[in-house]
Design a protein around this ligand. Structure first.
Ligand code: SAM
Length: 217
């Protein structure tokens, strides 16, 4: 599905989020840089927008995804950025050694994993002890009025955009349905805890339409 929508993915992202996604990714970037990491992995990197935030830093960044056409675009966008590499990898079964990375980031990726627990355990395996996983993921606002607005927006506007820009309403129906159904807030915190992460913090952004989770190995 992501291969099919790859060429339109960035454009729809900008329109769908009214460009707020840039700020969300920047927040992930700032949180990631807090502990002076040397080696960072951006999992489910897609077209590389989170990985590219680190382009001017003295860090080694590996972006991984299992959709080659998303990676092709990421590679194009990162030409001349020596510190960023993109690799075809399945997040649920990666080729890296245990305890390799200082930070792992995942933006709008975990809700697409086939087996969420397996993916989270795999991320924990490749993180160094005491280091952080930072997840940016959709959430549903808890305040009733915001929730109504959110549902109308995601159920009607998002699939409409998918239809007119990517000619793929089905993909964007999936994305908005999965955003609504995927566990968020305390429920997702429980899942992180179950998979062995500790000191989990939730940062709610933009009236609770997205959350950033920080969790330590
Ligand atoms: C909604 S996009 C997010 C892309 C990017 N992180 C961003 O913030 O825009 C989700 C990405 O997750 C990738 N993905 C889903 N399951 C995956 C898996 N098991 N392993 C690696 N990548 C995966 C998809 O190919 C897709 O590129």
């Amino acid at each position: 599905m992501f291969n099919n929508i790859s060429s339109k993915y960035d454009r729809i992202n900008r329109v769908m989020t009214l460009s707020m996604d840039k700020n969300w990714r920047n927040t992930v970037y700032n949180l990631s840089m807090k502990d002076n990491p040397k080696k960072i992995i951006d999992i489910a990197t897609g077209t590389g927008d989170i990985a590219l935030c680190f382009a001017n830093d003295n860090v080694e960044v590996i972006g991984v995804d299992n959709a080659q056409m998303m990676l092709d675009l990421a590679k194009k966008k990162s030409e001349n950025k020596q510190n960023i590499t993109f690799l075809l990898e399945d997040a649920e079964n990666m080729s890296f050694d245990d305890n390799t990375f200082d930070v792992a980031t995942v933006g709008f990726g975990v809700r697409n994993f086939e087996n969420l627990d397996k993916g989270l355990k795999e991320i924990k395996r490749i993180l160094k002890p005491g280091k952080k996983l930072i997840i940016l993921e959709t959430a549903v606002p808890s305040f009733f009025l915001f929730r109504v607005g959110y549902v109308i927006y995601t159920k009607i506007f998002v699939p409409f955009l998918g239809k007119i820009i990517a000619n793929n309403q089905q993909a964007y129906n999936y994305l908005s349905n999965s955003a609504e159904q995927f566990p968020h807030g305390k429920s997702f915190k429980k899942i992180l805890k179950k998979n062995g992460f500790i000191e989990i913090e939730i940062n709610k952004l933009n009236l609770g339409i997205v959350n950033i989770y920080e969790a330590k190995k």
